[in-house]
Design a protein. Structure first.
Length: 134
């Protein structure tokens, strides 16, 4: 994660690309993913992707978010948030966040392969292996 290309910072995240991966670090102040937050997170990823949209692996670090509202959950079940996304590795720092993530992505499977991790190293290894397989 040395070079941060197309770096963008919003109220809800810091997002950039590096070595073909989109990195998104959700702000620790985000406790609940609302529709407004979800839409901004997708916009931040799109900004980091730049003009050329290609299927990119995404690394997301969820810091303190422990809930998601029904409108945001419904939004994540549409195809729009996944345009240009190849797969998503989510690093969660607490059990509640992991439960929320599993609930969102397992009730109606995500449009892209998604996995949850408790370490950044494991998440990056999964992304690299996924890149090599596809």
């Amino acid at each position: 994660m040395d070079v941060k290309n197309n770096y963008t910072k919003s109220e809800y995240s810091e997002t950039w690309t590096s070595e073909g991966v989109i990195f998104q670090i959700i702000s620790p102040k985000v406790k609940k993913i609302t529709l407004e937050v979800a839409i901004q997170l997708v916009e931040d990823r799109n900004t980091a992707m730049g003009i050329v949209k290609f299927d990119s692996p995404v690394f997301v670090k969820v810091n303190n978010a422990t809930s998601i509202d029904s409108k945001a959950s419904a939004y994540y079940k549409t195809t729009e948030p996944y345009i240009g996304i190849k797969c998503i590795a989510m690093v969660v720092d607490n059990y509640a966040a992991r439960l929320v993530g599993n609930l969102v992505f397992s009730v109606k499977r995500s449009h892209v392969p998604t996995a949850f991790f408790n370490s950044e190293e494991k998440a990056m290894l999964w992304l690299k292996n996924y890149q090599n397989l596809n």
